[in-house]
Design a protein around this ligand. Structure first.
Ligand SMILES: Nc1ncnc2c1ncn2[C@@H]1O[C@H](COP(=O)(O)OP(=O)(O)OP(=O)(O)O)[C@@H](O)[C@H]1O
Ligand SMILES: [Mg+2]
Length: 488
């Protein structure tokens, strides 16, 4: 056999590198922040600005910077072998991040850096890449381009120009661009919350994004009295420690609307339950149960933090964009034990809300029961204003059909099945709403009919919701919502 060199075409390879990983603006910026953290930065400034010729993004850190040689090596695609051992606090793995993350968003990447007082700069331009031609900036060009602070102290500035992927968002009246910037701020506050909070003995990191200082977004709400933190456990895999700690979040009735929205974030509570996997305290994946938990088996209020060292990257199959990982089979049964232990506990938080037929004086319940001659029967309360309203429908046929529907729901009430489930696995009974927005959505759907029922009288409406299930269980939430709607 003979051998001959067969290198890739520069332009083709770098253009396909744009699609390595599944980057969006947040995960691309996160990859750059990883590099700054590794370079011991304490302060990072991100600017995403709209210029006449399209968006421009700059990420400036005060880390150790790079010498000209280091920069040259760092700009090279696949600058390190993923199989190489990394320092414990190194958040890198593939030798691609700075290039692939940047080029996923822009066509012109420039890096200017200062190390031990010496400035260097280099760039890759996807539109001018023939034969791996990297731009090396002259001192005057660096001075004209770099942030002034870099001329005075060590650090690195990554600059994205020709942001074609970001400009796609700028076109719809500019709103899309602001939305993805807001999304990126929220994501970075979550991904790096342990660094932003200076937790776990980490060097505290300050990140300023378009003038806003990012605040740590703790997904476990640990500062709240009603959050139940379970004891920390350390599992081992391949001789390496994996820290696991579960949290049961407070029920929504115990937190404010703002807090609830923050915890549910953009995707809501259901999407945000599950494992939160951190790699060296940087969040890489959340909102998954790795198929260890069946839907609805655990309360939506459970979140479990797992911290893995970078030495286990291969076992976890960390992806290039550091946004996905797979649970190693050697950990499955041990995590399942932890999850099983939690089922009972989270059921209690969940269950302490509603579920019992209460016929208290002055309160209108949804279900009622009567016990007569040794016989117990559950029935839907015809006096409940929402039910009464429907039974009162001017369209008599519709009212009749509704009454028939109530009748069959009662006749076929699954008493035996409920009894069996309750006695064998009470912690899994999962009937009431745990999501504040779902509660409000259902309230909103009921309000027009209630208003009709009270003849438009706001005072009576307030009295009704304060004394009628399920709204009376969370009267403060309902009354605040009515106030927000201007229904005083
Ligand atoms: N802000 C920075 N300050 C100092 N050095 C940096 C900075 N950004 C990148 N580097 C250097 O450039 C190298 C290449 O970075 P790059 O993100 O491309 O790969 P990586 O971090 O090694 O691995 P990964 O692909 O997993 O991110 C880094 O290993 C680091 O030495
Ligand atoms: Mg990196």
């Amino acid at each position: 056999m003979k051998y001959q060199n067969n290198p890739p075409d520069a332009s083709a390879l770098m253009t396909s590198a744009r699609s390595f990983g599944n980057y969006d603006l947040s995960s691309a910026l996160a990859d750059l922040l990883d590099n700054s953290i590794k370079a011991k930065a304490r302060s990072i400034e991100i600017k995403c600005i709209r210029k006449d010729d399209g968006p421009e993004v700059r990420i400036l850190d005060d880390g150790s910077g790079m010498s000209a040689n280091e920069l040259h090596r760092a700009m090279r695609p696949a600058s390190t072998n993923p199989d190489d051992e990394r320092a414990r606090d190194d958040l890198g793995r593939f030798g691609w991040g700075m290039k692939s993350a940047s080029l996923s968003q822009c066509r012109l990447l420039t890096v200017v850096t200062r190390h031990d007082g010496v400035l260097s700069g280099a760039s890759w331009d996807l539109d001018d890449l023939a034969d791996w031609k990297m731009g090396v900036l002259e001192p005057e060009e660096i001075k004209a381009l770099a942030d002034q602070r870099l001329l005075e102290r060590d650090g690195t500035e990554v600059i994205w120009c020709k942001c074609d992927r970001l400009s796609e968002f700028g076109q719809v009246g500019g709103k899309g661009f602001n939305d993805i910037v807001a999304h990126a701020k929220a994501q970075l506050s979550l991904i790096f919350h342990r660094y932003l909070g200076g937790e776990e003995g980490l060097r505290k990191l300050k990140v300023n994004f378009n003038g806003d200082a990012l605040k740590p977004a703790d997904p476990f709400f640990r500062h709240h009295d009603a959050t139940q933190a379970q004891p920390k456990e350390t599992l081992t895999l391949d001789g390496q420690p994996i820290e696991v700690q579960a949290f049961i979040l407070p029920h929504y009735s115990k937190i404010t609307a703002g807090e609830h929205d923050r915890l549910g974030a953009e995707e809501g509570f259901v999407r945000n339950q599950g494992f939160y996997v951190y790699r060296q305290h940087r969040l890489i994946i959340h909102g998954t149960w790795f198929r260890l938990v069946k839907h609805g088996e655990l309360s939506q209020l459970v979140r479990i933090a797992i911290n893995i060292p970078n030495s286990l990257d291969a076992m976890w199959k960390i992806t290039l964009d550091k946004a996905d990982a797979q649970l190693p089979s050697g950990l499955k049964s041990r995590l399942k034990d932890i999850v099983d232990g939690l089922k009972r506990k989270s059921g209690k938080v969940f269950q302490s809300r509603g579920g019992r037929v209460r016929n208290e004086a002055g309160k209108t319940s949804v279900w009622a029961k009567y016990v007569r001659n040794g016989e117990v029967r559950y029935y839907l309360n015809r006096e409940h204003p929402l039910i009464a309203g429907m039974l009162d429908d001017d369209d008599k046929d519709r009212a009749k059909a509704f009454a028939a529907a109530l009748g069959i729901i009662e006749d076929c009430f699954p008493v035996v099945s409920i009894g069996e489930d309750y006695s064998s696995r009470p912690e899994m009974m999962n009937q009431s709403v745990v999501d504040r927005s779902t509660f409000i959505e259902k309230l909103d759907a009921a309000l027009p009919s209630l208003l009709l029922h009270v003849g438009g009288n706001m005072k009576t409406l307030h009295e009704i919701v304060a004394s009628t299930e399920p709204w009376s269980n969370h009267a403060d939430i309902v009354l605040t919502h009515l106030k927000d709607k201007g229904w005083n």
